[in-house]
Design a protein around this ligand. Structure first.
Ligand code: IPE
Ligand code: IPE
Ligand code: MG
Length: 231
């Protein structure tokens, strides 16, 4: 079978809490391990030639979690971004963030902007971290931006330029770990024709082999985009 490498893979990294609980550890330990896995999967994607990797790190709904968990998640992100700065450049990772910025601590917000600028010339892979991201929020912000620019008659192409993933091809493959089969307000607009792949493996146990299994499955899909395929 011919293996088709998706240009853009999006991942809902789920199951950190359950994974930790299963080992009798606090939920945050699952998030620590999850961050390491995100790094390993980024490297695997670079090796495979994936061009865009979008990772759902924190949703607009995740603010409803206990304050301690929310704080620890943002501490983890801050520490990770600080300590991985050089690695990102060495690996050729261009880092981008999608989601709201207005509810994020100013120091972290500045770090995010700095890293986007600092890595903007890297071109082996673009890693897009979705932080305080919601698909509906993305669409509403886009509508408001378009209105503010005085645009009253939009088509799909013009509208999509206002979305957070402007200029990025739609995901070819969406992976969700930990057995849940829902989109949970991830990229609602951009997933219109994305192939969906679900696995029961929790994110902290996700490996390059699991990634390859998902890509193999993707390679067998017949993408039709509404057309009739000539058999
Ligand atoms: C995904 O793992 C990470 C985030 C949502 C930040 P969860 O924390 O949702 O883990 P479960 O689903 O509770 O096991
Ligand atoms: C989706 O996972 C968000 C992230 C992975 C960041 P959740 O664990 O928050 O989703 P639900 O609550 O199970 O739908
Ligand atoms: Mg979850």
């Amino acid at each position: 079978m011919e293996i088709k490498i998706p240009v853009h893979i999006a991942i809902i990294m789920d199951g950190n809490g359950r994974w930790a609980k299963r080992q009798g550890m606090p939920r945050i330990m699952g998030h620590y391990r999850g961050a390491e896995v995100a790094e390993e999967i980024t490297k695997a994607c670079i090796d495979l030639g994936v061009r865009y990797l979008t990772l759902f790190a924190f949703s607009t709904e995740n603010w409803k979690r206990p304050k301690e968990e929310v704080n620890l998640l943002f501490d983890l992100l801050r520490n990770y971004l600080t300590s991985k700065r050089e690695d990102l450049n060495r690996l050729g990772v261009r880092l981008r963030f999608i989601g709201r910025r207005d509810r994020i601590d100013p120091d972290l917000r500045d770090l995010m902007t700095d890293l986007e600028q600092e890595t903007s010339k890297n071109n082996r892979i673009t890693v897009i971290l979705a932080v305080d991201y919601g698909g509906r929020d993305d669409i509403i912000r886009a509508v408001n931006r378009a209105l503010r620019e005085g645009l009253l008659d939009l088509d799909e192409e013009t509208f999509s330029k206002f979305l957070d993933l402007a200029g990025v091809p739609d995901p070819d493959l969406l992976i969700r770990t930990a057995g849940e089969r829902r989109v949970s307000n991830f990229l609602l607009w951009n997933l219109a024709y994305t192939e969906l792949y679900f696995t029961d493996v929790c994110w902290p146990d996700f490996t390059k082999e699991e990634l390859l299994r998902a890509i193999e499955d993707f390679s067998r899909r017949k993408r039709k985009f509404g057309r009739v395929l000539d058999e």
